[in-house]
Design a protein. Sequence first.
Length: 137
Amino acid sequence: MKQNVITVALFAVLATMAVGCQKENLVEPQSAIAEIGTVRTVSYAVDGVAHRVTLYGDAEWKAFLSQIMALADEGHDVKIVDEGAASRAIATKDTQTFSTTSSDAAAAWVEEKLDDGYQVSVSKDKTTGLYTCTAIR
């Protein structure tokens, strides 16, 4: 009987040690990665005061353009450069001007010219309500 108890006890100890030596499978939690789309670094100046911002995704880009148009509505002179697009653009001596009374049309033109690598200036004449946008490359 004593030999059976020792055998069972020894078997229990060995079984416990065997389970303790097995490699654990660690399951790491999967982090949710949101697709942010386009990342833009934009330099801009409001009435000569320089700023720089990094925008993640199209929603932030559209909000930034709305903010620029709001600043122009308040009478500020705003200059903008999309640093990524400007570095890819071919340097030419090209200046284009666009005038409109529509904030949406001005914002669309500004966005197009920034994507083409231009430095864009936006201002609004408060008396006429006319946006004047100038693109220089």
